[in-house]
Ligand binder design. Structure first.
Ligand code: NAP
Length: 259
């Protein structure tokens, strides 16, 4: 216990030194992503907080005014040209933690049931939730490889677990969302094996049930924990990531989620 405290204190100290670790976060203008930006900035990390519309994001701009170690960049993760362009702009910047947080539900639960599936929306959900994080990993691998910590992570969902799909009073099909998140789980699991020889570890991180706009849209509003609580837990799981335990599907509380 005491050793854990000493290590945590040392890590916090290291992050505030001249060699501060760097995190790049997608979808950091609200919800869980905004809280990641806030907590990493408060820990003294260099934060590259990205969003689709930085000029309109008052909360994110307020964070940037408060923390000189937080910079805002524009990025739509479904636009590969934008991803390549940001990767080129950040060429030479090492990124310790690539944090793919951006995600969409794909519409209310009633448009994600059989008979009402919107297949055009499904393509957009895949572009955002599955293809985007894969493209990000490819584009930013050199930046991550150049860093000390070398971690690529994605915020997935417990709803993507095949084992956990079973009847319950709270069950909703959510085809678009579940399918896209299961796809990125597989992508990042495979990625974990491919990048292990480079010393890069991969985290497939479920934040739990969290009060955000997405949760409200899913019809579960009022049932979640705060973004602060979830993000504190997930940051601890990111700290604990290493190549030996890479590619695991980890719930915010540290439990391993069955695939
Ligand atoms: N809340 C939960 O209970 C829960 C549970 C499991 C997993 N998650 C996951 O947690 C992550 C964050 O979600 P949240 O709950 O914080 O929801 P949220 O409040 O709806 O935030 C979603 C974020 O993703 C951004 N985004 C959407 N499409 C994007 C794109 N193409 N490019 C860049 N950014 C984009 C949004 O930006 P705009 O403002 O531009 O739309 C927003 O910043 C998601 O991956 C979600 O699936 C959430």
């Amino acid at each position: 216990m005491r050793l854990t405290i000493v290590i945590a204190a040392f890590a916090a100290l290291a992050a505030t030194s001249a060699n501060a670790a760097t995190v790049l976060i997608t979808g950091s203008n609200r919800g869980i992503g905004l809280e990641f930006a806030r907590q990493y900035a408060a820990l003294g990390w260099d934060v590259i907080a990205t969003s689709r519309t930085p000029e309109d994001d008052d909360d994110l701009q307020a964070l940037a005014s408060k923390y000189s170690n937080l910079r805002v960049e524009s990025l739509d993760v479904s636009d590969h040209a934008q991803i390549d362009s940001l990767a080129a702009k950040l060429s030479g910047t090492s990124i310790d933690v690539l944090l793919n947080n951006a995600g969409i539900l794909g519409g209310e639960p009633d448009v994600q049931t059989i008979g009402s599936i919107d297949f055009d929306s499904m393509a957009q959900v895949y572009k955002t939730n599955a293809i985007g994080p894969m493209k990000m990993a490819e584009a930013f691998l050199p930046h991550v490889e150049a860093s000390d910590q070398k971690k690529i992570t994605v915020i997935t969902s417990g709803t993507a677990s095949l084992t956990n799909v079973r009847p319950s009073p709270f069950y909703k099909a959510l085809y678009l969302y579940r399918m896209s998140k299961t796809a990125i789980n597989m992508g990042y699991r495979a990625l974990s094996l491919e990048v292990a020889p480079k010393g890069v570890s991969v985290g497939i991180l479920a934040p739990g049930v969290v009060e955000t706009r997405l949760l409200q849209q899913a019809g579960y509003g009022g049932m979640g924990m705060t973004t602060e609580q979830s993000v504190t837990d997930v940051i601890r799981n990111i700290e604990n990531l290493n190549v030996e335990h890479s590619g695991q599907y980890i719930l915010h509380n540290g439990e391993i989620v069955p695939w």
